[in-house]
Write a protein that binds this ligand. Structure first.
Ligand code: AGP
Length: 618
């Protein structure tokens, strides 16, 4: 996934674009570039590398003027990170610049057609092909004198030839105060200012300038000038424009006094749970309530199976959701990797509902799963964090996390928020079925105690840091658990591997003895998530098997457990709670453990290598 920002207005565009790129960098960070229009000249600066070492220095040493411009920070899909593969890309004439987030799947055929027509290419990217295509159509449109805006029409013409996904911004020397943008499968948002307009793939990039936005839909083509904007749709020609107000403030996506966004977001988690619970607990009815499911009680009661589709950390949350909803509502739940759901033709009965989980609301695999279920006539619900995201707008109903912007590439607070919401959903569905008021009330009260319990866990940060320093040199880890905390073990392993680059494997403690235990030796630490729940005795037996093979053991256990210290090398204690809520409490120390190991190993915690915050390509 890449980040795009465009500006047309009264101010110098360069600083606006550069600050926007910094706020977009978590979406992709292997190269960046800007294109500015000044007195009918196009000035392009682009560099491989992070923004501050690359494009920022380039602009400092070789500034560019202009009040209209576009910019891009890249996560490479076609063509390795390099100066020439960085965006913006130009057309053959050099008068049109394009930045693009997505994948042009038929770029090779288009390139062959353009090469035959005499076009020469400088880069290995699919985006440059799109730039040349727009340029070719622009030359045709420009001759039609009657056209007030040949650039918009040329973009429409070119996109009709394109197969694939795109979020683009385009400028041209012959229309110096115009930006044209369009999207299909990648997010694009108009920011509405006073005498200025913005175009961006992520509202974080413009929230400091405006909170009035328009979330564009697939096939929308937007034309922006200083004073106005217009939207047409490639398919329907007209495009209803709905102006929304961003829920969050600029400071919500600032790091504040924290060294990393990830640490800030870990420490936000007590508030995150409170936000997820706010207005959703009905103590009198001993149930939970949601405003946006858009399903009647009768429709909710008629559901006889739920398929949950997600990716990465959201998929781990989905696995816990399976345990929760099956236990609380006795509803069969099946969890699928979003991409597998799209292609394995999973049987869906009449009253099967798809639930997708996505922090960004833009993950391509998850979006495709939602569209697949809807294509087959099924209701698709979503648990989402980013308001106005593509999945949020295409779902039939949904539940917002209200977790605020999650900037760290490693998802933390969104995971905890999702688990909170899935617990509420289990109670909500359960109270329409077999769940007693007493059991529901017990669950809701235990949920309301979670924010304070997380506060107490965060006070262990220093001791967890010391533990992390002890184990930071290890090159291989196992994370083991059973039952509800098994997916928490998977998540703990993912956190460690994605920010510290250590090989870490989450596994069922029960399954360990069927092969992987061969990997255990004194150099391979195992983190056991072993709260005093119904699996405790069996998990302790698995722990003993590891100890018998000299494997170092770190246990995440319940406060007051006197046995664990006798068998584990190190213990992290979590407050006692109900079994279904242990995944929330045990994940917080594992987030801190991974964070401190990554910092100790000198890794870029917020922008780990090879990763991006949201994967908008399949
Ligand atoms: C988690 O730390 C990763 N960043 C990644 O696995 C992420 O959870 C996954 O890409 C899904 O993202 P989404 O929730 O925005 O759909």
């Amino acid at each position: 996934m890449c980040g795009i920002i465009g500006y047309v207005g009264k101010k110098a565009a360069s600083p606006v674009l550069l600050e926007g790129l910094r706020r977009l960098e978590y979406r992709g960070y292997d190269s960046a570039g800007v294109a500015l229009l000044h007195e009918a000249d196009l000035h392009v600066r682009k560099k491989k590398g992070r923004i501050d070492e690359g494009i920022a220095r380039e602009l400092q040493s070789n500034p560019a003027a202009g009040a209209t411009g576009i910019a891009h920070t890249r996560w490479a899909t076609h063509g390795p990170p390099s100066d020439e593969n960085s965006h913006p890309h130009l057309d053959q004439s050099g008068k049109i610049a394009v930045v693009h987030n997505g994948v042009i799947e038929n770029y090779d055929q288009l390139k062959q057609r353009l090469v035959k027509a005499g076009h020469q290419f400088r880069s290995a990217t699919d985006t440059e092909v799109l730039a040349h295509l727009i340029g070719e159509y622009f030359d045709k449109r420009r001759v039609e004198r009657s056209e007030p805006n040949p650039l918009t029409l040329a973009v429409c013409d070119a996109l009709r030839d394109v197969i694939g996904t795109y979020g683009i911004a385009v400028i041209c020397t012959e229309q110096p105060e115009v930006i044209v943008g369009s999207r299909r499968g990648s997010p694009l948002i108009i920011g509405i200012g006073d005498g200025e307009h913005f175009l961006t793939s992520d509202a974080n990039a413009i929230v400091a300038h405006t909170r009035e936005v328009v979330f564009l839909n697939d096939y929308d083509v937007a034309t922006l000038t200083r004073e106005r904007f217009a939207v047409v749709n490639l398919g329907t020609q007209t495009a209803p424009v709905q102006i929304s107000k961003l829920e969050f403030q600029a400071e919500d996506s600032q790091r504040g006094e924290f060294p990393h966004f990830m640490l800030k977001e870990i420490f936000e988690q007590p508030r995150t749970v409170e936000n997820a619970l706010r207005g959703r607990i009905d103590h009198e009815g001993a149930t939970a309530r949601f405003g946006g499911l858009n399903l009647s009680p009768a429709e909710l009661r008629a559901i006889d199976r739920i398929v949950i589709a997600a990716s990465g950390t959201s998929w781990h949350a989905a696995l816990i959701g399976e345990y929760l909803i099956e236990e609380l509502a006795h509803l069969p739940v099946e969890v699928e990797f979003a991409h597998e759901f799209c292609y394995r033709n999973c049987p869906l009965e009449k009253n099967t509902v798809l639930l997708v989980i996505s922090q960004s609301g833009e993950t391509a695999d998850t979006l495709m799963a939602l569209r697949e279920a809807k294509r087959r006539g099924h209701k698709a619900l979503a648990i989402i964090n980013v308001v106005g995201s593509t999945i949020a707008r295409e779902a039939d109903g949904g539940i917002y996390m209200h977790a605020g912007p999650e900037i760290g590439v490693a998802s933390t607070k969104a995971f905890i928020s999702t688990l909170t919401i899935l617990t509420l959903l289990g109670v909500h569905l359960g109270r329409m079925r077999m769940l007693s008021a007493g059991r529901a009330t017990e669950m809701l009260k235990a949920l309301e105690a979670v924010p304070k319990q997380i506060e107490s866990l965060l006070q262990q940060d220093e001791s967890i840091k010391n533990l992390a320093l002890k184990y930071a040199p290890a090159e291989d880890f196992f994370f083991l658990a059973r039952g509800y905390t098994f997916p928490a073990a998977l998540e703990g392993a993912l956190k460690l591997k994605e920010i510290s680059y250590i090989h870490a494997e989450g596994y069922s403690a029960a399954e360990m003895k069927h092969g992987p235990i061969a990997l255990i030796d004194e150099k391979t630490p195992t983190v056991f998530v072993v709260p005093q729940d119904s699996m405790y005795d069996k998990t302790m037996a698995n722990l003993a098997m590891i100890r018998a093979r000299k494997g170092p053991v770190i246990a995440v256990a319940t406060e007051g457990d006197l046995e664990i210290a006798k068998v584990a090398d190190d213990v992290i204690q979590v407050p006692r709670t109900l079994e279904p809520l242990y995944p929330i409490l045990t994940s917080v120390p594992l987030q801190l453990f991974a964070y401190h190991i990554a910092v100790a190993r000198g890794c870029d915690v917020d922008k780990p290598r090879n990763l991006a915050k949201s994967v908008t390509v399949q």
